[in-house]
Design a protein around this ligand. Structure first.
Ligand code: ATP
Length: 233
């Protein structure tokens, strides 16, 4: 496993947000992290990236115990994070948004920029445009592109479909197989269970801070429990 979370407990003061969560993401894989509002998806992502500390449990990444590592060291090890809410720099160009946090050398930066324009052609059409000029879907693509610029081994993607139309959701989530094929594993937090399971190999379901179901995506998509909870069936 590239990422292994073992029995993690995370609290905000008295509020227990994660209660003994264990989960794995294989190298070269994509895992959908499903759950309703408040289930603990964002908390788990912030714990993996190092913004929150578990009060118990372990996290291993690429063979290293990262439980006590600061966020910057985790990023250097190859963890990428695209938080909820399309946080782009509105006054910077598309190109500068992509380059602003990229630490690769000059030639590699140029190569990765081209890679992002291939992955999201809408961004490559006018790389000098300011981010505020972009549509919501394009801003989400830009946020994802920025989190890929350091070629992470694993990308944590927090609700990229939030606030997007079904068509744009389709477009954004539809890029996940390409991202995985280029060598970045993905952990995708989503409320849109059907769509998330269609682009991921595995799924895990959080409910009130506990992992209640996990398995191959096709099995989860067909599960009556999932259909009842998320798919209105
Ligand atoms: P959403 O889709 O709304 O982001 P989520 O599944 O990501 O939901 P979390 O945001 O991780 O859920 O929240 C898990 C629990 O922790 C919820 O009960 C939430 O109210 C609580 N919580 C989240 N952030 C904080 C915070 N900063 N302070 C206190 N409680 C918090």
């Amino acid at each position: 496993m590239l990422l292994e979370i073992e029995n993690c407990f995370v609290s905000y003061g008295q509020i227990a947000a994660l209660r003994g969560v264990s989960l794995g993401v294989p190298a070269g894989g994509a895992v959908a992290l499903l759950g309703a509002n408040g289930a603990g998806k964002s908390t788990l992502m912030r714990t993996i990236i190092g913004l929150l500390r578990p009060r118990a449990g372990r996290i291993r990444f690429a063979g290293t115990d990262i439980t006590a590592l600061p966020a910057a060291s985790r990023a250097r090890l190859g963890l990428g994070y695209c938080p909820e809410g399309r946080r782009v720099f509105p006054g910077l160009s598309i190109r500068d948004n992509l380059l602003v946090a990229c630490w690769a050398g000059r030639a590699e930066r140029a190569r990765r920029l081209e890679q992002m324009f291939t992955l999201f052609p809408a961004l490559g059409e006018r790389p000098g445009a300011n981010a505020w000029q972009l549509s919501g879907g394009q801003q989400q693509m830009l946020a994802i592109g920025r989190s890929l610029m350091n070629a992470p081994r694993l990308l944590l993607l927090d609700e990229p479909s939030l606030g997007l139309s079904p068509r744009l959701t389709e477009e954004v989530l539809g890029r996940i197989p390409q991202i995985v094929a280029s060598g970045t594993a993905v952990l995708l937090a989503e409320q849109n269970a059907a769509r998330a399971l269609s682009v991921c190999g595995h799924g895990s379901v959080l409910r009130l801070g506990e992992l209640v179901l996990a398995g191959p995506a096709a099995e989860l998509a067909a599960s009556p429990d999932i259909r009842r909870a998320f798919l209105g069936g």
